[in-house]
Design a protein around this ligand. Structure first.
Ligand code: PMP
Ligand code: GLU
Length: 399
């Protein structure tokens, strides 16, 4: 019955874990969720007030498809202020979250059979969006030993005549890597030399704790002409539910993506757009405060993970994820009522933590590494400590 393209579609596992944790809680089971990456802070009041005022003013109608001029201008001011990038409002598209921005890009750019280089580990949605539209995601490994830094040599070796696009995501979901400037510069050279497009997903920019965030499009006019820079209000401003993401890039590409959006969703919520104008343009004090809090929690969870026998975790430098290597648990036996299970994959370990520790994590397999599980530490100190204690007790019960 369903279209062929659905045969390979995997639903988002980050959202699935979150839904599972929510369902268990609704059944009265006390689960600690390190699942979906979503700040636990409330959206700042100034931003909510801007939305209320927009409603009161009657700004509740369709807007320009690509976003109101005030918001596109606020995006330009943000990109100039934080990223050294100069764009005009006509070079900007606002969408229903950055996930929608990225989908618009794939629709506008990728032909069936085109290859998209996806550095691995990767955020779950990149390969799925490409596959859904008939493109071919090509995983290009990074190594844990380098802190999962981008590997320009491996990317170069993976380029074929069908390669169209390179995905760059720093700070990285799921590894927390902040790519080195040298690696980004090498990728910029590669893209210019080989005539490839680059999408730079900078959704976690505001959460850079070590190293310096650099926008690849700022390296020069040639790479800027081939790069789409993507960001979101979701993470920096604790606005995941408002659904405002945005992109800036070459005008012809932005126009094409806007045309796609015009036939699919029209504009993102008018009210959320006015909230985003305030988020990007108003005082940025809370951003630094939230980032400081995440930085502290990062040390707490990584120290705790490294203290667990059979688990190791490199220090993430940005975002709010710990990507823990759990391959040291493989071969241990989980004694379950329904029969013993020898742990041998990230899915086994995820099931083990959920059942035995009541802790939800996301299997690394869906991010391209079956040796890892991902924990979002965008949650309180108390829950982090309690979750780690439960995991320690569960591990101690393994044979
Ligand atoms: N990119 C990355 C790397 C993400 O982790 C996410 C998930 N929030 C997104 C894009 C999309 O975010 P949103 O759609 O909420 O803007
Ligand atoms: N991006 C977040 C995550 O990776 C939220 C869920 C999603 O959109 O995938 O958990």
């Amino acid at each position: 019955m369903l279209a062929d393209r659905l045969k390979t579609l995997a639903p988002s596992s980050t959202l699935a874990v979150q839904a599972k944790a929510r369902e268990l809680r609704a059944r009265g089971i006390d689960v600690i969720s390190f699942g979906a990456g979503e700040p636990d802070f409330d959206t700042p009041e100034r931003i909510k007030d801007a939305a209320v005022q927009a409603m009161r003013r009657g700004q509740t109608k369709y807007t320009e498809v690509g976003g109101i001029l005030d918001l596109r201008a606020a995006v330009c001011a943000k990109l100039k202020r934080d990223n050294g990038l100069v764009y005009e409002p006509a070079d900007v598209l606002v969408s229903v979250g950055a996930k929608h921005t990225l989908f618009n890009l794939v629709v506008a750019l990728v032909n069936p059979g085109d290859e998209v280089l996806v550095p691995s580990p990767y955020w779950v949605s990149y390969p799925e969006q490409v596959r859904l539209l008939g493109g071919v995601p090509v995983e290009v490994a990074t190594t844990e030993a380098s802190g999962f830094d981008l590997d320009a040599d491996r990317l170069r070796a993976a380029v074929t005549p069908r390669t169209k696009l390179i995905v760059v995501n720093s700070p990285n979901n799921p590894t927390g890597a902040v790519f080195s400037r040298a690696a980004l510069e090498a990728v910029a050279r590669l893209a210019v030399e080989r005539g490839l497009w680059v999408v730079s997903d900078e959704c976690y920019e505001a959460l850079t704790f070590e190293g310096r965030h650099a926008s690849i499009a700022s390296f020069g006019p040639e790479i800027k002409a081939r790069t789409l820079t993507v960001n979101t209000c979701s993470k920096a401003y604790a606005m995941t539910g408002w659904r405002i993401g945005y992109a800036a890039g070459p005008r012809a590409l932005i126009r094409a993506m806007t045309d796609v959006q015009s036939q699919v969703t029209s504009n993102p919520s008018s009210i959320a757009q006015w909230a985003a104008v305030e988020a990007l343009g108003g005082g940025q004090d809370e951003v630094a405060k939230m980032a400081g809090e995440f930085d502290r929690r990062r040390r707490l969870i990584v120290a705790g993970l490294n203290a667990l026998p059979g688990v190791s975790c490199v220090m993430p430098r940005g975002a709010f994820y710990a990507f823990a290597n759990v391959s040291g648990l493989f071969g241990r036996t989980w004694r379950r009522p329904e029969g013993d299970l020898t742990l041998k994959s990230s899915l086994d370990v995820t099931g083990f933590f959920l059942e035995e520790a009541r802790v939800a994590v996301v299997p690394g397999k869906d991010f391209g590494s079956d040796a890892h599980v991902r924990l979002s530490y965008a949650t309180s100190d108390a829950l982090i400590s309690e979750g780690l204690a439960r995991m320690a007790a569960a591990i101690a019960s393994l044979a």
